[in-house]
Design a protein around this ligand. Structure first.
Ligand code: AHG
Ligand code: MN
Ligand code: MN
Length: 352
């Protein structure tokens, strides 16, 4: 009788089951330094906020106060949903008494939120979109949370968080949580992009895919074509191009996190260009575009405004919007080529 290798398969499976997010973060940092411990604790708190948000979303329709509007508008003049308010507060509450984060800046707050007791020791700032795609909630469709961690520079004596007005290259970490059929957390600490699935029975995010690389090209183009009438000719020409060539397929969910996740895994391009009503587009640099740009670059893809890398854009204000073209390198380059062509045409018009 031959001896089967007694432990090889179960051991691998067990190893996989045991790679929790916190273990992975420490492996990534390859250090037990104070900074590594802080970042690990920070990621754990973000994961807790994700679990609390996922739990509430999964009970929408069964309990009061989950679905519908809160009856207020945020600083961007958008109607706030009850879940926007809940998730915004969840992120604050998980960082209270953490000693980790002095400030949180979010889509739902005009000014950053300070946790003064953390400030003498917590040198980090969390920037976040608590619920991305919140118009999907009432239809029980996917939504997400987006986050980035930045080091606080200086003492912020003015209370204006002016040090946040720096490019996305200043991000120490970024990621998102996708609340879909399962809850998935994707993050990078500047050493690859890694995805975890929430195992509700364990209450842990378990490693699903490590070092994700976005394909160089994909079939998906993801854009709200209802804005066609509001676009520059260059974006119209790009969409006409994909309509008239074989090999493209449109996918648009109304939640950036969901559309981005598909493209990260399968390739393609997401775009939200400027419109007549919103010349800078809809998406916010600090807590939507820059964190996802950080992830896509880590995965071998690109993120652009059309003329500049998103990670090089220096914001002038906290809630600054920016056009976004993000995904596979070849597909982003194709959109950029139409924009360059449009600029050339404009210049020619001026000269003649
Ligand atoms: P948020 O819910 O955080 O305001 O973000 C919504 C964003 C983004 O998730 C999505 O891609 C886009 O808005 C959809 O906007 P349109 O409805 O204009 O297409
Ligand atoms: Mn959003
Ligand atoms: Mn939001």
């Amino acid at each position: 009788m031959t001896h089967a290798e007694p432990f090889s398969i179960p051991e691998r499976a067990l190893d996989r089951d045991c790679t929790t997010l916190s273990r992975h973060v420490l492996q990534q940092l390859q250090s037990f330094s104070a900074e590594a411990q802080d970042l690990s604790a920070l990621m754990n708190r973000i994961a807790l906020a994700g679990k609390l948000t996922a739990r509430r979303l999964s009970r929408a329709g069964l309990m009061e106060g989950v679905l519908g509007f809160a009856g207020t508008e945020n600083v961007q003049g958008e109607s706030v949903k009850k879940m926007d308010v809940y998730a915004n507060e969840v992120f604050i509450s998980v960082f209270k008494q953490s000693g980790l984060v002095c400030r949180l800046a979010s889509e739902e707050m005009e000014k950053p939120y300070y946790i003064p007791e953390n400030c003498p020791i917590g040198r980090y700032t969390l920037v976040y979109d608590p619920i991305d795609g919140s118009s999907n909630i009432d239809a029980n469709l996917n939504v997400g949370s987006i986050f980035a961690i930045r080091q606080q520079e200086g003492n912020d004596e003015s209370g204006e968080a002016l040090d946040l007005l720096q490019s996305g290259r200043k991000q120490l970490a970024a990621g998102y949580i996708l609340y879909g059929p399962s809850t998935v957390l994707v993050y990078s600490l500047g050493n690859g992009v890694h995805a975890f699935t929430l195992d509700p029975s364990l209450g842990e995010f378990i490693l699903w895919q490590e070092n994700i690389q976005v394909p160089k090209h994909g079939a998906v183009y993801s854009v709200n074509e209802g804005n066609f009438w509001q676009w520059d000719d260059s974006i119209r020409d790009y969409t006409r191009y994909v309509h008239r060539h074989e090999g493209y397929t449109g996918r648009y969910s109304g939640a950036l996190v969901g559309d981005f996740h598909r493209i990260l895994l399968q390739g393609g391009v997401f775009l939200y260009p400027g419109t007549v009503k919103k010349p800078e587009g809809k998406l916010r640099l600090l807590y939507e575009s820059a964190p996802l740009a950080y992830l896509i670059e880590q995965a071998g893809g690109r993120a652009s405004t059309g003329t500049q890398n998103i990670l090089d854009v220096v914001p002038k204000k906290l809630h600054q919007r920016t056009p976004l073209i993000i995904g596979s390198t070849e597909d982003v380059a194709l959109v950029e080529s139409f924009i360059q062509e449009g600029t050339r045409r404009e210049q020619d018009k001026v000269l003649t």
